[in-house]
Design a protein around this ligand. Structure first.
Ligand SMILES: Cc1cc2nc3c(=O)[nH]c(=O)nc-3n(C[C@H](O)[C@H](O)[C@H](O)COP(=O)(O)O)c2cc1C
Length: 275
């Protein structure tokens, strides 16, 4: 049974929780909101009822409104968010020093607030925290690619690895960009919107990291190498069974600074539909 409590001394009977419930599960009884037992089973635990209640009268799932962050006057303004979105860059040069474990924890805990389809919250991260493990992953990836190249088993669609491999052998790192950290983001096969959920979570992570002076790179080459070309590498990093690894992201302290945004053709891909 999902805990749903209304503090009648605070409730102003405005009905906002009723209007905001995603499946219309909350009703009014004698002027106060109720979540009937038969409907509670359908609740997706989104907590909108608690978030939308101005006086903080609703507690759900054992959570109390006083423990939430207050929002009035606290959101960044549009100009700040615009600068964040336009000023974020793919970082391809990193300092070798690892970030403190608490910083990484904080980034991932906040990232867990990203939206997920049906509020499934099934995105899981394997995080590489220490540079030694990162070095081992680089080495194992190179060896797996060498093995494929020896057997002439690199498919035409991923021929770029035929050019990338010699660079790796010379000590360059075109796949992992010298980053001290890697996120491997996956979700179990049953998670309804797993691809979208992972992409959204990583996008949030990227913006949050940027705001903290931490750089990120979407690691498409790493994804192709570890997921598509040499999936045995995923077992060695402990991806749970029946999980789809959707994407990889590098992160760490940047060894590069950008002084201005890039400029993009803002209207390029917009077609306005009028009926
Ligand atoms: C799905 C995806 C995969 C990417 N894979 C790589 C990659 O493997 N290596 C890399 O250096 N950059 C990668 N990038 C970064 C893009 O090249 C980059 O976003 C683009 O050039 C624009 O630069 P910006 O991110 O600084 O705006 C990837 C980006 C996305 C969205």
């Amino acid at each position: 049974m999902k805990q749903f409590r209304v503090d009648k001394s605070r409730c102003i009977q405005c009905g906002e929780c009723v209007k905001d419930c995603v499946f219309g599960l909350i009703g009014m009884e004698q002027g106060y909101p109720v979540l009937p037992a038969d409907k509670a089973a359908v609740c997706i635990e989104c907590q909108h009822c608690m978030a939308v209640c101005k006086p903080g009268a609703i507690s759900i799932l054992g959570l109390y409104p006083g423990d939430s962050l207050p929002l009035e006057g606290q959101l960044p303004d549009q100009r700040q968010v615009e600068t964040l979105i336009k000023g974020r860059r793919s970082i391809r040069r990193y300092l070798p020093d690892p970030l403190p474990a608490e910083t990484i924890d904080q980034l991932l805990t906040i990232t867990a607030h990203a939206p997920t389809g049906v509020n499934a919250r099934g995105v899981e991260f394997i995080v590489v925290e220490d540079p030694g493990t990162m070095a081992a992953i680089r080495q194992e990836t190179m060896e797996a690619l060498q093995d494929l190249a020896r057997r002439d088993a690199i498919p035409e669609s991923l021929e770029c690895f035929k050019h990338i491999l010699p660079l790796m052998e010379q000590g360059y790192d075109p796949v992992f960009r010298g980053a001290p950290h890697l996120l491997i983001a996956s979700a179990a096969e049953g998670v309804p919107c797993r691809e979208a959920d992972v992409f959204i979570a990583l996008s949030y992570f990227e913006l949050l990291a940027t705001s903290a002076g931490i750089g990120t790179t979407w690691c498409g080459l790493g994804k192709w190498a570890m997921v598509d070309l040499a999936p045995q590498l995923l077992q060695s990093v402990g991806v749970p069974d029946h999980h789809d690894v959707v994407y990889l992201m590098l992160f760490g302290k940047p060894d590069v600074q950008y002084y201005r945004t890039v400029q993009r053709d803002q209207d390029a891909n917009i077609r306005r539909l009028v009926k």
